[in-house]
Design a protein around this ligand. Structure first.
Ligand code: 3PG
Ligand code: MG
Length: 391
């Protein structure tokens, strides 16, 4: 499939509406990982250099079509200004006036587009209204490309459209690394919910040789296998589905790896008293917060036997010490194999990228995608609506 890039557009004097993904992690009003912001800088700079006036459109969180003050994009402005090295104007409302008053060299950010219910409905009238704010549409939000929303899909049909630098870079990097991956391939999938990643897991076991399941998701699989998991986070109502995935993996030749030892604690808190136990010995009043060292050793063996690794989702509650250890150690092992030229490593997803950055593993990974869900759907071979609309 082909699409236009910034080089195909005459942007001089034009207002360029750029869909970006600045859905970044924020703690106490401070952006804790700026990867997604850093990666949109080339597009914004190139639009400015070509004489275009950038108007940034983005979402933050899932406000469900309502104004949720805590999810205002206003709080991201300082991080954007730091990344662009210049002031960024912000329109909380009255987008028309703000866009019309934008001067050469200025950058405008619009308020969270998901404050409008029409956004996630991919409403063409809403898209047309936004399209009137500018002359050209650029999609630089690869990480939202799996969403058919007004600013990711319908708008691309309402204006001359192009892929931004990050969108183009993500697609070519993923194609280069994973288009025809060297086998064996291992996928590490973690995070809390099986329910949102079910279809994905079911598709992945047809495509990869090893599937490592970590985090809260692993707990659901342990439940499916009849293992007691105490007070751990799990989706017990998904146990049947998890069982079906385990059964299917036997016919597709994919080996599923679950934790063999666990780090448990009485509470979800930084520095909580903890112990490491075999996976089937979680006390009834404790919760699993990380994969243990034996699990990490086993994973190192799997990684060493593979040629390509895909990673989305942490193995444990990496954001609270010391439960980062399983994720960090496994990531560092993958990074070391990459540095030795033995393994190609591609990772994506907000939490994952933040964990890889914190552990120091990121710099040795072959490629870090800004996308989580979109990256996985791309992996599954699905058509991404945000990319398709550019074609
Ligand atoms: C993400 O953070 O994965 C993207 O910004 C998409 O967000 P969404 O999952 O809320 O659509
Ligand atoms: Mg997401």
């Amino acid at each position: 499939m082909s699409w236009k890039t910034l080089d195909d557009m005459d942007m001089a004097g034009k207002t360029v509406l750029i869909r970006v993904d600045i859905n970044v992690p924020v703690k106490d009003g401070v952006v804790t990982d700026t990867t997604r912001i850093d990666r949109i800088v080339p597009t914004v700079k190139d639009v400015l250099a070509a004489g275009g006036k950038p108007v940034l459109m983005a979402h933050f969180g899932r406000p469900k079509g309502q104004v949720v003050p805590e999810l205002s994009l206003g709080q991201i402005v300082p991080a954007l200004e730091a990344a662009f090295g210049q002031p960024v104007k912000f329109a909380a409302e009255n987008f028309e006036a703000a866009a019309a008053n934008l001067k050469d060299g200025e950058i405008l950010l619009l308020e969270n587009v998901r404050f409008f219910p029409e956004e996630t409905k991919n409403d063409p009238e809403f898209a047309a209204k936004l399209a009137k704010l500018g002359d050209i549409y650029v999609n630089d939000a690869f990480s939202c490309a799996h969403r058919a929303h007004a600013t990711t899909e319908a708008m691309a049909r309402a204006l001359p459209a192009a892929a931004g630098r990050l969108m183009a870079a993500e697609l070519s990097a993923l194609e280069a690394a994973l288009g025809t991956p060297e086998r064996p391939v291992v996928a590490v999938v973690g995070g809390a919910k099986v329910s949102t990643k079910l279809e994905l897991l079911s598709n992945l076991i047809e495509k990869v040789d090893h599937l490592v399941i970590g985090g809260g998701m692993a707990n659901t699989f342990l439940v499916a296998k009849g293992v007691e998991i105490g007070t751990s986070l799990a989706e017990r109502d998904m146990a049947d589905t998890a069982r079906a995935i385990l059964e299917k993996s036997e016919t597709t030749g994919c080996t599923i790896h679950l934790p063999i030892d666990i780090v448990v604690a009485g509470e979800f808190a930084t520095g909580a008293a903890n112990e490491t136990l075999p996976v089937d010995q979680c006390p009834a009043d404790k919760m699993i917060l990380d994969a243990g060292p034996a699990t990490v050793e086993a994973l190192k063996g799997v990684f060493a036997a593979c040629k390509t690794l895909i990673w989305n989702g942490p193995l444990g509650a990496f954001e609270i010490e010391p439960f980062h250890k399983g994720t960090f150690d496994a990531a560092l092992a993958a990074a070391a194999l990459t540095a030795e030229g033995k393994l190609k490593t591609v990772a994506g997803g907000g939490d994952t990228v933040s964990a890889l950055n914190k552990s120091g593993a990121a710099e040795n990974f072959t490629y870090i995608s800004t996308a989580g869900g979109a990256f996985l759907e791309w992996m599954e071979g699905k058509e991404l609506p945000g990319v398709a609309a550019l074609g």
